[in-house]
Write a protein that binds this ligand. Sequence first.
Ligand code: HEM
Length: 396
Amino acid sequence: MKFPVTSILVRVLALTMLILALSHVGQSKGSGWKQGGSKSSHGHKSYGSTHGQKSHGSKGRHVGRGNNKPPKNIPTPITPSPPLSPPSSPPTPTRPSGLQVGFYKGLCPNKLVDIEAVLEIKVQEHFRKDPTILPAILRMQFHDCFVHGCDASILINGLSTEKTAGPNLSVRGYELIDAMKAIAEAQCPGVVSCADIIAIATKELIKLGGGPNYSVQTGRRDGLVSRAQDVNLPSPFLTVSETISAFSAKRFTTEEMVILLGCHTVGVSSCAFFQDRLYQGTTQFDPIMDPTLRQQLMPTCPKGITANNSTFLDQNPRSSNIVDNSFFNQIQKQRGILPIDQALARDPKTIPFVQQFAQSASLFNTKLANAMVKLQALDVLTGNQGEIRKTCSRFN
Ligand code: HEM
């Protein structure tokens, strides 16, 4: 025989749990990316060389080989059932406030337009004509994100905006961003941010360059601040420890720093950043550099002459514009170009990561995709923050 009090207690408990469960239906299931964050630049030595544009060679390319699936993290708004009892606190909004894959789906006047796909086609066209757009935009993304977050602050024209700061003088690729923005404004006026356009272009170019095909998150807003004095990017002459500090100030681990520096698998550097490593008697002279490489670089960057020449950051001639792990093989062979790149293969704090990435192409791809998602989410503006610029090179 059952004891009636227990039975009543069980029923009361069950009813309470049902009410509690119902009152939580409809809460936000955001993608987990936080809004805003610290915008202060870190206090590390920055590089301020004022080098101009350089001639960039172009290399072959091959088809993307990544296969990451888009995460299914787009929240579906749920209509709450009528409350059984008056709610004790105001309902939490169901609208996501952070970044998410496919943010723009259904946001254009023609709801069927997939604006991100349209923009990707523009990137593909540009890449076919000029593959050096890959390193150009990849570097632009880094320089944008490390100063005030990924908010397109690097795009602003003006007397003393970020664009005019030393390290940014050789940043290229603005014409692609402007062309993409023109397409976005024509099909979807006032909706797509310039910060997202950089992110979409970067992601697409990494794929076109043979790197991982990851799902880019969107929903960034454009920043309202762009000051040259805030540009405090790490210098290529820093030690590994100093560079680790610079990246950790932006919440990146040493491993993430190493993989991100692996983006030097594409693109070029001008002589100013490695010339002294070639010549005895300079403070930067590097006696361990591969002697063949040294001989090859000497005519490009003659001693004591400020030549406006450049060389590939990845000295594997078959892979200089391909996003792969060959950069790590090269630095292991003492064939790095930038002082910091070469230092990664010599410092005990980074050697294990260099070894792993050099050994495994698939590990390189996975870790690069993860690090790019993190870089592209750095201190982003979302929700009602910032603005959606009408023209990427000026504030509204
Ligand atoms: C400690 C960190 C870094 C330093 C010191 C550094 C430094 C440099 C320097 C000095 C150059 C040559 C610029 C020139 O000749 O004008 C360069 C090029 C480049 N950097 Fe970095 N970089 C760093 C991190 C990154 C990251 C994280 C990325 C990408 C996510 C990146 C992507 C690139 C690319 C793609 C180029 C080639 C640009 C072109 O060919 O136009 N860099 N970097």
